[in-house]
Design a protein around this ligand. Structure first.
Ligand code: NDP
Ligand code: GDR
Length: 370
């Protein structure tokens, strides 16, 4: 039985990848951070109590900022494959926490590679590094492929640039099976709530159910190549099964603006949006409301711009060319953007219908602090 170690197992991709590998018959080990509140919500349904027999999923406390702990876990698990997904992954937040982002996203990767080397596992353990389309940053070429020059535009992307190159360097220096998956944006109902797609689909669901009036967004002109996380974790696995260690771009090849993503998400609840104004004065107004289940008043302003969500340096346009992955791995996305939007909006409607039911039943959350 193969053993996989996933850093970042409690995140969006970690949760999907863990499920995927368990289905493939792997023994899966995950590193979770200690936090004051339980942070395993995304993997609760696959969680196995350590007292159960025939355990297939093991969680270890750990942190990529702590090399002794990284070495100890890798020594204990002796994994066949490591998927290094753990990261401070929010681009905007990395401007507020640049040093921490560098420590975890850049040096964290070094700690994993070095642990494998120190422990003499270079021939046994394959390593997947979660690289990102943010490496391309300021547009140099359209679409972006494995040969496109990098121009990172945030502390996050600069840290990930180090992680990219240290992975290449360990592959070349020590003959390690270490690969970069240069993944373009991928989303799902499990996406963190502060990334733009999930912020929009949550907002749409709450507005449709009468729980919220408006969504405040930043740069509506930014364009991203958005895919479905389910398809992308399969690509991670395929990259490590390839006969040689190589780096791959994973993307859909289509790009969409934040404004159009918002349009599509509102259409899912029968609302046709019209955008008026420019820059920080732009607003999204309900032009038509076609679903009687969600009676949102025509003329209501449901999207507005707040400049606090603008970034000091922005990545304007990402569109990936995944033809290498298609040719060598046989990977192609199965979900369209339409599928993704539907999946996310429907999941958020389900989530917030529960809140609405609680509110309608007159239950109030007790305030324990007074
Ligand atoms: P998430 O933010 O959902 O998950 C990040 C994970 O990393 C969480 O499990 C988090 O733990 C963990 N983590 C954060 N800091 C540390 C630390 N110091 N030590 C150990 N673990 C830590 O990200 P995604 O699942 O979306 O992304 C997975 C990886 O892929 C990330 O490295 C991201 O940068 C990269 N990536 C993501 C893309 C995307 O579009 N989603 C595209 C390209 C790359 P906790 O739950 O406790 O916060
Ligand atoms: P990104 O994702 O920065 O591409 O990084 P995010 O969803 O945060 O932003 C995408 C684009 O939307 C614009 N935007 C907003 N973004 C957020 N978060 N909130 C807003 O209100 C908002 N309004 C507009 C942003 O300016 C940006 O242009 C994600 C992360 O998962 C990274 O870890 C990963 O490496 C890359 O995708 C690929």
């Amino acid at each position: 039985m193969k053993k996989a170690l996933i850093t970042g197992i409690t995140g969006q991709d970690g949760a999907y990848l863990a499920r995927f590998l368990l289905k493939k018959g792997y023994e899966v080990h995950g590193i979770k951070r200690r936090s004051s509140l339980i942070n395993t919500e995304r993997i609760d349904d696959i969680y196995q109590d350590p007292h159960e027999k025939n355990l297939k999923l093991y969680l270890h406390y750990g942190d990529l900022a702590d090399s002794t702990n990284v070495i100890r876990i890798i020594q204990q698990v002796q994994p066949d494959e490591i998927y290094n997904l753990g990261a401070m992954s929010h681009v905007k937040v990395s401007f507020d926490e640049p040093e921490y982002s560098a420590d975890v996203d850049a040096l964290g990767t070094l700690r994993i590679l070095e642990a494998v080397r120190i422990l003499g596992l270079t021939e046994k353990t394959k390593i997947y590094q979660a690289s990102t389309s943010e490496l391309y940053g300021k547009v140099q070429e359209i679409p972006q492929n494995e040969k496109t020059p990098f121009y990172p535009r945030s502390p996050y992307a600069v840290a990930k640039l180090y992680a990219y190159w240290i992975t290449v360097n360990y592959r070349e220096a020590y003959n390690m099976f270490a690969c970069n998956g240069i993944l373009f944006n991928h989303e799902s109902p499990l996406r963190g709530e502060t990334f733009v797609t999930r912020k929009i689909t949550r907002g749409v669901a709450r507005i449709a159910l009468g729980l919220q009036d408006k969504i405040y967004l930043g740069n509506l002109d930014a364009k991203r190549d958005w895919g479905h996380a389910k398809d992308y974790v399969e690509a991670m696995y395929m990259i490590l099964q390839h006969h040689t260690p190589e780096d791959f771009v994973i993307a859909t090849g289509k790009t969409t603006s934040v404004r159009d993503f918002a349009r599509m998400a509102f259409e899912e609840v029968g609302v046709i949006l019209e955008f008026k104004g420019t820059g920080v004065d732009e607003v999204g107004i309900v032009a038509e409301s076609r679903n009687p289940e969600f009676p949102i008043a025509i003329g209501s302003e449901v999207v507005a711009v707040d400049k606090r969500y603008f970034r000091p340096t922005e990545v304007d346009l990402l569109i990936g060319d995944a033809s290498k992955a298609e040719k060598l791995l046989g990977w192609k996305p199965k979900h369209t953007l339409q599928d993704l939007v539907k999946d996310m909006v429907q999941a958020d409607l389900e989530l917030f219908r529960k809140d609405l039911a609680i509110k309608q039943q007159g239950y109030e959350v007790k305030n324990y602090y007074e």
